[in-house]
Design a protein around this ligand. Structure first.
Ligand code: PLP
Length: 384
């Protein structure tokens, strides 16, 4: 394919940073030693894994010994929720989460219900933010775990994490946050924000796919997810994927360095995109108003009333523009997004919504071009 691609789907995944690849490469071909072996050749792998752990710890303000490498966000979410639920089931069986979590959290909670846990799914307001009073009211005497995402992947809403964390700390309830969309883009501080378990995924911040981490606060009771060898201090068995771990470490270090610059740039592009698209009649923005500072800088989610978003996506694809729609394929049919329904949208409006997610390499020319193309496409569809 030679067509120029305008990639505006950074919420789905991000391109690898060149420096990340450069740092990973020797661990694919040259330093292939098993990080658990004792001879000196394996020292290279061991040291590289250790450096990556230090870089993750620096980025989220925790100790190196509290970082555990996984195969990505889905595994980290599964481990955090099942691991904490099973390890603390004698204390209680109640778990709180929200209606707008990623399926990695929602389906894990659904599974836990089948084995005797009780789950409360908190609603969100029209901006996609959890109401603190409703949250407080949902806590019960037997609540053992709360899982609330840091930032939402579809509408970019950022939750009041510190406030939630403080309430839970005072009640001695474990707080897990799915930080997959936030890590590398927002300033996460697990100490200041009272987070006990945090999931991150490298491919959302220019690292390799299939590489993630779970932060586990010292003292938090959690069962091992993978049973086998004694890797990751016997908590997550399996030979370490050294290149992927090295890539994650470098990517989080670079993302931290680029964060301020990326935020400023993306906030101005976001404004331009929203202003440009809302001039089209019968459109609206889903998720927080950017003036509330509660939205991921690169995220825009818009409904084009009366138009099937799939059709918009297909037209944009012909022009080389990559975006997402507010529906997902489930059992062969397109189902409206559960996140948009939780905001109060009806099914048809949810299916008329698109997500544009910009990132570090996005240019102003791409934003301008996309605004023009969408204007043209929507006009064409509506005037057919
Ligand atoms: N959680 C959120 C909020 C996500 O956006 C994603 C991926 O889209 C995941 C979890 C799953 O992460 P991974 O793709 O690394 O399994």
């Amino acid at each position: 394919m030679n067509k120029k691609i305008i990639y505006l789907d950074y919420g789905a995944t991000t391109p690898l940073f060149k420096e990340v690849y450069t740092e990973m490469e020797p661990y694919i071909m040259k330093y292939y030693g098993n990080g658990s072996s004792v001879y000196s050749f394996s020292e290279e792998s061991k040291m590289a894994i250790d450096l990556a752990r230090e870089r993750v710890a620096d980025a989220i303000n925790c100790k190196k010994s509290e970082v555990f490498f996984t195969s990505g966000g889905t595994e980290s979410d599964n481990w955090a929720i099942k691991g904490a639920a099973f390890a603390n089931k004698k204390k209680g069986k109640h778990i709180i989460t929200t209606q707008i979590e990623h399926p990695a959290v929602l389906k894990t909670c659904k599974y836990l219900k089948t084995v005797g846990f009780e789950v409360t799914y908190l609603p969100v307001d029209k901006y996609g933010i959890v109401d603190i009073d409703k949250f407080k009211a949902s806590i019960k005497a037997d609540t053992i775990l709360v899982s609330i995402m840091y930032a939402n992947n579809e509408i970019g809403s950022i939750q009041p994490i510190k406030e939630i964390g403080k309430i839970l700390k005072d009640k001695d309830i474990i707080f897990h946050s799915d930080g997959v969309q936030a890590a590398g883009h927002l300033n996460i501080d697990v100490e200041e924000q009272y987070i006990d378990l945090l999931s991150i995924s490298a491919h959302k911040f220019h690292g390799p796919k299939g590489s993630g981490a779970l932060y586990i606060r010292k003292g938090v009771k959690i069962e091992s997810f993978m049973h086998g060898g004694s890797q990751e201090r016997s908590k997550r068995a399996g030979t370490e994927n050294t290149p992927a771990i090295v890539g994650l470490g470098k990517a989080i270090e670079l993302s931290k360095l680029n964060m301020k610059e990326e935020e400023q740039k993306l906030e101005s592009y976001r404004k331009k995109l929203i202003d440009g698209l809302l001039t089209i009649p019968n459109t609206w923005l889903n998720g927080p108003d950017p003036s509330m500072s509660k939205r991921l800088p690169g995220n825009v989610n818009i409904t084009f009333q009366g138009i099937d978003a799939e059709i918009i996506l297909m037209h944009l694809d012909l022009k080389g523009i990559c975006i997402s729609v507010g529906s997902a394929c489930s059992a062969g049919a397109m189902e409206p997004s559960h996140v948009l329904l939780a905001l109060g949208l009806d099914k048809l409006s949810a299916k008329s919504s698109i997500r544009i997610s910009m990132g570090f390499e996005t240019t102003e020319e791409e934003v301008d071009f996309t605004i023009d193309v969408i204007n043209e496409v929507v006009n064409k569809i509506r005037n057919k």
